[in-house]
Design a binder for this molecule. Structure first.
Ligand code: 4UW
Length: 546
């Protein structure tokens, strides 16, 4: 399992070996096998019932690509996709790629200011959104992009189509009569630009190539027996509750599941009654969760034993999972843990995303590195590889799934990717005698609220804009339901005396709900810093007593 690298690195190889993967673009890979089951449902809206078969969905994505070329977009242009989970959101994504463009997926819960920052950083040349969030997306577009920028709107049956927008349905109908796009896209072209703050600072565009996305799906497939193609009597049914804009929902749930013939039931927003109604009405076979959803499954009286009658897989990831929650799940429901298996995964945007999946019943472990995912554990102070099980170090990752780098940010790229291709995750881990890994801490400053990224640097910059604030630092503190919530430490200017609520209200309209300072604000005399001015968050964390 351990290989010594050219510079004496201690490389932990995957027990699943190495993979080969096809030289296929991700939007083609998704439909590769669909001709075997053209009339099965691929996408169904859990709210309004809109459906596409595999044949219809595949054709639609090609038409969308043609239409986008026809309205003047050029190869390599970036298109922003700002929509909750609907069938048309996924078709838009694949359509953008089939036209030879790059997609930046934007969190539809964002405020106009947050959207604007991403549209600018990604240099978006068009926006695709949906009626329920169109007014916010339009405000963002108007604030930073030219009047002529195409603004395309999916009718999701909530809200209305702003004047001057292009109805999404036109892309499909008009595209039919346009010639196919002769895209010279290669597997090394950047397919997507999801945003992540990485180990430090503000959100950055993560450049993921077609090759990264396709290889990662194949890495999972060859390590874990969790995919089943449809037969005459069986089709996977997967509710897509995790948002498509985030890499977990995108390249670890929706795209791979479609590629293996599952029916995806899209859910735009987590509402307990709607979620359980979907479990009630469909023979759901696999559930993909973040820890707060696992908590919901164990705690809610809406969830019934028979909802798991057809479920063979429940996955959790994006934040630490407590073993006690899994134990509680099996105590509450009369299901066989060998048939309805709980699995934890570990991934990050920068690695397309999956690196580890747990295969046994060690529920607090993230398990073993998947095929072709090489791992090092590097001692944070000595920068030497740790030599034994039980010792902690920073987790470094290498493989065909690792990002090209951060868009227009050489410094951040250099600090995250070594010259020989190792991705420094900013997570602290150790492994046990079986080479099962455990995440113990986060070296990076990132806060995870319900699995969503909250970069402290963003909140600190906003806090410093408040007229009474001299300095600010933000850390994550534990929260029973959300995992973590942001908490601020604030130094106020001389002779100023703001109330906690003044500052909270100042932040309120500027960032999305999940980024709000739910951990409260503590007023302090100074912020601990190292000699180069870097905030010593670990000191603040130690000083904080719940
Ligand atoms: N335990 C503890 C975990 C865990 C974790 C992630 O927003 P990003 O960049 O990306 C993600 C991706 C999650 C994911 C993808 C595919 C998959 O199969 C799976 O499990 C089923 C999960 O969240 O945030 C990356 C950061 O999130 C933390 C960790 O700090 C990581 O660097 N994180 N998974 N199981 N922490």
């Amino acid at each position: 399992r351990i290989v010594t690298g050219p510079n004496n690195e201690r490389i932990i190889m995957s027990p699943s070996g190495d993979i080969t993967y096809p030289e296929t673009l991700i939007h083609e890979f998704v439909w590769n096998n669909s001709e075997r089951y053209p009339n099965h449902i691929a996408l169904e809206c859990g709210i309004n019932g809109q459906k596409y078969t595999f044949a219809q969905a595949k054709d639609a994505t090609s038409y969308i690509g043609r239409s986008l070329r026809n309205i003047g977009l050029k190869k390599g242009d970036v298109v922003a996709l700002v929509a909750p989970n609907f069938p048309d959101t996924i078709l838009s994504f694949l359509g953008i790629l089939s036209g030879g463009f790059t997609v930046t997926t934007v969190n539809p819960m964002y405020t106009a200011e947050e959207m604007m920052t991403q549209l600018l950083k990604a240099n978006a040349k068009a926006v695709i959104t949906s009626t329920s969030v169109a007014s916010t997306a339009l405000a963002a577009k108007r604030a930073c992009l030219s009047h002529e920028t195409p603004f395309i709107v999916i009718d999701d049956k909530t809200g209305s189509m702003p004047e001057g927008s292009i109805p999404f349905s036109d892309l499909i109908t008009r595209g039919k009569s346009l010639p196919p796009v002769n895209s010279d896209t290669t597997c090394d072209d950047v397919a997507i630009l999801p945003f992540s703050s990485g180990t430090t600072g503000l959100p950055k565009g993560v450049m993921l190539r077609h090759r990264n996305l396709v290889s990662n799906i194949m890495m999972v497939q060859s390590s874990v027996d969790i995919f089943q193609f449809p037969t005459s009597t069986f089709q996977e049914v997967v509710p897509a509750i995790l948002p498509f804009f985030h890499i977990y929902g995108m390249n670890a749930v929706i795209l791979p599941r479609l590629a293996f013939g599952a029916k995806i039931i899209t859910i735009p927003k987590f509402v307990p009654e709607i979620f359980t109604d979907i479990l009630q009405k469909n023979k759901v076979t696999a559930l993909f969760c973040v820890p707060p959803i696992v908590l919901f499954l164990t705690a809610s009286s809406l969830v019934k034993n028979h909802h798991f009658d057809h479920v063979h897989l429940i996955m959790s990831g994006a934040a630490p999972l407590a073993k006690t929650d899994v134990d509680r799940f099996y105590e509450k429901y009369n299901v066989d843990s060998k048939i309805c298996q709980f699995r934890q995964g570990y991934g990050l945007t920068e690695s397309s995303p999956v690196n580890f999946i747990e295969l046994g019943e060690k529920y607090s472990s993230i398990g073993k590195n998947i095929a072709s995912c090489q791992v090092r554990l590097v001692d944070v102070t000595t920068q030497k590889d740790v030599s034994t099980s039980g010792q902690t170090g920073e987790l470094w990752i290498k493989g065909p799934h690792v990002m090209k780098g951060y868009l227009n940010d050489e410094d951040a790229t250099k600090n995250t990717l070594t010259e020989d291709g190792w991705l420094k995750t900013g997570d602290i881990a150790y492994y046990d005698e079986d080479f099962d890994f455990y995440i113990t801490d986060r070296l990076k400053e990132l806060i995870k609220v319900k699995g969503f990224q909250v970069p402290p640097a963003e909140l600190e910059a906003l806090l410093r804009m408040h007229p009474d604030v001299e300095e600010a630092a933000v850390i994550g503190i534990p929260h029973e339901r959300y995992g973590e919530v942001p908490k601020a430490f604030v130094v106020v200017k001389k002779s100023k005396n703001p109330m906690e609520n003044d500052i909270k209200n100042f932040i309120k309209g500027k960032v999305s709900d999940y980024k709000q300072l739910r951990g409260g604000i503590t007023f302090v005399d100074n912020i601990p810093k190292n000699p180069s001015g870097k905030i010593l968050r670990s000191k603040l964390k130690q000083s904080y007593k719940p």
